[in-house]
Design a protein around this ligand. Sequence first.
Ligand SMILES: CC(C)(COP(=O)(O)OP(=O)(O)OC[C@H]1O[C@@H](n2cnc3c(N)ncnc32)[C@H](O)[C@@H]1OP(=O)(O)O)[C@@H](O)C(=O)NCCC(=O)NCCS
Length: 343
Amino acid sequence: MRRSELRASPETAYSLFQSVPVAHLVVDGPEVRPVHPVVVDGLVCWHGAPKGEKAGWVGRSAVLSAHEIVAEIPSYLRHPERACPATTYYRSAEVRGRIVAIDDPHAKLAVLERLLARFQPEGGYRPLSVEDPMYAGAIRALGVYALDGEPVARAKLGQSLSDPDRHAVLEGLWKRGAPGDDRAIESIWQAAPEGASVAPRFRGPRDTRLLTRIPDARVGEAVALVRDEYWNTDWDDAVIAGAMTGSEIWVGAEHDGRLVATARAMTDGSKMTYVGDVGVHPDFRRGGVGSAVMRLLLDHGRVRGTRWTSLRTRDAVRFYERMGFTYATNKPGVVDLILRPTR
Ligand SMILES: CC(C)(COP(=O)(O)OP(=O)(O)OC[C@H]1O[C@@H](n2cnc3c(N)ncnc32)[C@H](O)[C@@H]1OP(=O)(O)O)[C@@H](O)C(=O)NCCC(=O)NCCS
């Protein structure tokens, strides 16, 4: 690898093969085909139709390659005129080796279960089993393959940028607010070398770091911050969690690796934004954390441009008034919608 700072861990490779919908299989010959990769027991695997052409490739040397664009970085984030800094940040992974056929029915089953979990997570089918007559023949006939090599990964996430350049990129991504920019900021921050400073925009009070996107895996921590609040008494944790992970914007604050604030919003980027589930851990209240998280959210590229931002509150009126929120007045002739539960 020419630039060693781009080298990423094998875990990055496995997680990329586990998350990209399609990877490209280049077979000595040469042949190239898209496949759906899954990782089982450290092997990157894919499947093919019974008697399909992939069955004839067993034993041939091949490369499987996956790529994910994390963010498109425009040049003007780093220089007002020069085009050269324009780039993309990405993760990529490849595995080289010989194609092997997986024949053991239980090993095949593990691959097929993983494929279904990825592409049909909602279920809706009888669990697979090699003993089940509905499946036994299909599992036997289906081709399941893997490459016998070790995967390697590269990640270009601005690791070599100076702190001021990294800050400019992170600031620009938040201001732009394109889909995925919030997650890209977190990835760039996680990949920054040890000792890198937090960009001013994302430094919160009380020694907190503001998160531009709370990872889905931390939804339990975020739910715990608001589940006992008055507006959530009708909802169980799964409903609150679904609202958070399903929100276009979901920011927070962490202190010492612990999530201490959460806030989410839905926006159309033009007319309206709706803010919900704003909560700060009791130990961190009245220290400016809530205001910092709200300021971050309101300055998101797509929220900043909307004509109005609304929310409902019972007793935190002063908190929002300090940020410029005012009471909405009911206009004559306008009737509030009567909501109909859908389930
Ligand atoms: C409301 C909340 C998010 C504010 O977060 P925070 O980190 O404490 O807020 P900040 O420190 O940035 O701002 C504090 C200011 O907001 C106002 N404020 C904060 N909580 C308030 C409350 N419950 N009622 C009225 N005003 C409040 C006060 O003016 C306070 O300033 P002061 O300490 O000088 O009086 C936090 O108190 C919380 O999680 N409360 C419970 C959940 C909740 O009510 N969320 C809002 C639902 S819409």
